[in-house]
Design a protein around this ligand. Structure first.
Ligand SMILES: [Zn+2]
Length: 176
């Protein structure tokens, strides 16, 4: 018998349990509340209020995390050195999220980008300036943080990202 037919003969068979009781019910995940400790983010949030960006550097592997992470996933230690980051960066990747309006049922397009800040080793999800035609987005596109008028020291202080002039020149290929 070949391996393939062997596996086929071992198809999963669902065990039939005797039903004892039936209850109507739903599982509303939104009813659950999670606690997220942001103590380690305090210096980061303080800097945001001053319109400055900082990343958290791991002393074990020198990875600069932006947004700051509580534990380095590679070394399993607490990154503990704050480093200044530029407010410029590049688009790592992009996608459009389709969100359904809970009231009207209308589908809304929400363009999202993954921003790789200059000086950081990780990327974060953000939005581009709403005036940007999303069709023009490309990987490596230079962008710059657009600050809220009155930063409050929160994650929304960078409202979105503005485009920057791309000074990379196209390859000058000789014509045949
Ligand atoms: Zn590390």
């Amino acid at each position: 018998m070949s391996k393939l037919t062997q596996r086929k003969s071992m198809d999963y068979i669902k065990k039939q349990y005797r039903e004892t009781r039936k209850m109507p019910g739903s599982w509303y995940l939104s009813n659950y509340k999670y606690k997220y400790n942001i103590t380690h983010l305090q210096p980061f949030l303080k800097k945001l209020k001053e319109k400055k960006l900082v990343g958290l550097k791991c002393s074990g592997c020198n990875t600069v995390y932006y947004p700051p992470r509580f534990v380095c996933g590679k070394c399993l230690v607490k990154p503990n050195r704050w480093v200044d980051l530029r407010e410029t960066g590049k688009v790592s990747t992009f996608a459009i999220a389709y969100l359904k309006d809970p009231e009207t049922g209308e589908i809304q397009e929400k363009p999202m980008v993954l921003v790789h800040h200059d000086g950081a080793d990780t990327a974060s999800i953000a939005q581009l300036n709403p005036e940007v035609d999303f069709k023009d987005t490309y990987i490596g596109m230079p962008i710059k943080a657009h600050w809220a008028e009155n930063p409050v020291g929160g994650l929304m202080d960078v409202e979105y990202y503005d485009l920057m002039k791309d000074d990379a020149k196209d390859l000058d290929l000789p014509e045949d």
